[in-house]
Design a protein around this ligand. Sequence first.
Ligand code: NAD
Ligand code: TYD
Length: 366
Amino acid sequence: MGSARSLLVTGAAGFIGVNFVYYWLQQYPQDKVIGLDALTYAGNLSSLEDALENNNFSFVQGDIRDQEMIESLMAEHSIDTIVHFAAESHVDRSISGPDAFIDTNIIGTHSMLKAARNQWLSSDAPEPHRFHHVSTDEVYGSLKRDDPAFTETTPYKPSSPYSASKAASDHLVHAYAHTYGLETTISNCSNNYGPYQFPEKLIPLVLINILHGKELPIYGDGKQIRDWLYVADHARGIDLIINKGRVGETYNIGGHNEWQNIDIVTLICERMNQLATENDELRKQFPNMPDDAKSLITFVKDRPGHDQRYAIDAHKSTTELGYVPEESFETGIKKTIEWYLQQQGWWQAVMDGSYKEWISSQYHQK
Ligand code: NAD
Ligand code: TYD
């Protein structure tokens, strides 16, 4: 592959896609990046506002299930690298409405694979290429408290419609590598947090509910454990896999950072209490914020089939690729809280669904 790449990033307007686009444009200013996204409820073009100022970035609104459109995009931009984030990603939504997860995560990924195969492998001299598929640690199922963390050889045992659909997509990626010789890599990553995360996920939901004095719903006993990773570290991990990873391989990416849900929520409450004491302006802006945010903690009915614990063993990524998370949880949470406090326009617009009007008043789309 030549020195400058041409990337197609699917799900580019979602939480991790956005962070990845900013990361890549900064890290590889010579590369061309095409962001593709269907702009579902989870995709926000406003998040890409700064990227749209960059001549090396362009955005296309479209659905990954549209194979013909994907192929013409790939041909038009001489795409040599696909980074496939687009998915339905919220476990609770997969429980109440699994169909969209099958359509996007399985059928959509298959459509991406078919397009990549046609574009890259159909001639006698296959084009140099990479198809990187972004997946989750949830495909491995649930761990007991003392079980060893997931490795790349842990058998798949997904429990929710979300994780089952991601597992199916991983298998399709393997099949296209094995059967047709598509040059793929897969990353299975733990729970991400950071800027631009849609406020239905635990950390932004808790932050925003505290500001509004709304209940902080803790599912079940709150003792479920997740391994949390700052989103920029995920982007760096994917970069290392694309540049140094072995074709056909899977790499786990994690934060070495396991927390019980209740402990995370308590930590955020304490940080917010401290900020409110130091910052009169914040109190004036959010008069419903209580003196002690912990008073908002409310135990609610558990999520059906709730996985108890996820934990990633990222040894392979560390030894083969030199992957080590740079952000500590201390610094990552601090940055995340600061970002949500500074970017109220973003989350207010996202939450009231009026972001489309908001962005059109901010800038002109290319
Ligand atoms: P997200 O829900 O914030 O973003 C998903 C994006 O995909 C949205 O912008 C949405 O509009 C887009 N999209 C959905 N259906 C589409 C379709 N049919 N065609 C084109 N675009 C479509 O999700 P996220 O948290 O950014 O996750 C991105 C990827 O990373 C997913 O594949 C997810 O499984 C994986 N992942 C997420 C986490 C996490 O903690 N968030 C952890 C590990 C892996
Ligand atoms: P979430 O952010 O939905 O990620 P995932 O389910 O993919 O791990 O949830 C993280 C954990 O927090 C999970 O164990 C469910 C729990 N949770 C709550 O207790 N209350 C909430 O309101 C939410 C959204 C999640």
